[in-house]
Write a protein that binds this ligand. Structure first.
Ligand SMILES: Nc1ncnc2c1ncn2[C@@H]1O[C@H](COP(=O)(O)OP(=O)(O)OP(=O)(O)O)[C@@H](O)[C@H]1O
Ligand SMILES: [Mg+2]
Length: 260
């Protein structure tokens, strides 16, 4: 009955009514605003968690072993040349910070065991903590899936799902890109269906937001191969869209040794 009467009152009359009943309306307004804010935050968080689970399920780890690494785990003294290790660590940290607001491609190039995957994972960890979605794709595992799909046609559906996720995720890590092309000294062209699928992924990831004109996706690539070797494995259109041409977007792990 009281509520029904309240509905018909003007704002001023309602305020008077509340005050007459000892309710501080300013206080209540703040409390409602705070409650709404919390509700929105919870909703955003729930949506983000759902996306996380999706990209997590679509990630392809090498041998199904999930990896994690943070910048605080990076120890320059693991290397004979700690200065060189500190330099690549700083470069990757800088990129990770930029990836919170900007989108671009980065390539981490170097010999095996020098820490490329580790620093790339640390970059993913940083952007993930800032609530951007991330996905890890071992290129070798992806190539295996393509190989197996010849015999097991049902894998085609999984490959399509992975490709869709690779197009949509905010920050994609394409790990060990180029190992699927065989020996470094004698790189071979990668199977056509995988080339075509990857081309459509890297192309989609260059999309720009119509309003801001800025890119919306970033891709991190780790590789043992030089861009020239990658060109012997993949179509040049794919490589030119994936591997940055600007030297400042390439982290060279020169002067570092295998610490595996
Ligand atoms: N500076 C470092 N501090 C701490 N751990 C390191 C460092 N460098 C390498 N490692 C460790 O050494 C191992 C090999 O590193 P990682 O897998 O990152 O090398 P990679 O360059 O990706 O090698 P590959 O080309 O064979 O994939 C990992 O267990 C990694 O965590
Ligand atoms: Mg690696």
């Amino acid at each position: 009955m009281q509520f029904a009467r309240l509905l018909g009152l003007s704002d001023t009359a309602r305020k008077k009514f509340f005050e007459a009943h000892g309710v501080n309306t300013e206080d209540a307004k703040d409390r409602f605003a705070e409650r709404d804010k919390r509700w929105h935050q919870n909703l955003e968080n729930a949506v983000f968690q759902k996306h996380l689970r999706f990209f997590d399920a679509m990630s392809l780890w090498s041998g199904d072993e999930r990896l994690s690494f943070q910048f605080s785990d990076w120890d320059p003294h693991k290397q004979q040349n700690p200065q060189a290790a500190r330099k690549v660590g700083k470069q990757c940290f800088g990129f990770a910070k930029s990836l919170l607001t900007d989108n671009f491609n980065v390539a981490l190039i170097g010999e095996p065991g020098v820490g490329k995957t580790s620093l790339a994972l640390a970059m993913l960890d940083t952007v993930h903590k800032a609530k951007r979605t991330t996905m890890f794709v071992s290129t070798m595992e992806l190539a295996l899936l393509f190989d197996q799909s010849i015999q097991y046609r049902e894998l085609e559906g999984r490959i399509n799902d992975i490709m869709t996720a690779m197009k949509r995720v905010d920050v994609l890590l394409l790990d060990d890109f180029g190992t699927e092309g065989g020996m470094k000294k004698d790189p071979r062209p990668v199977r056509k269906d995988m080339q075509d699928a990857l081309y459509s992924v890297v192309n989609a990831r260059l999309a720009v937001d119509k309003k801001t004109g800025k890119r919306t996706k970033s891709t991190i690539v780790t590789t043992n191969n030089s861009p020239q070797q990658l060109l012997a494995m993949y179509n040049d259109k794919l490589i030119s869209r994936l591997i940055p041409k600007e030297q400042e977007q390439i982290v060279l792990f020169d002067g570092l040794e295998d610490v595996r």
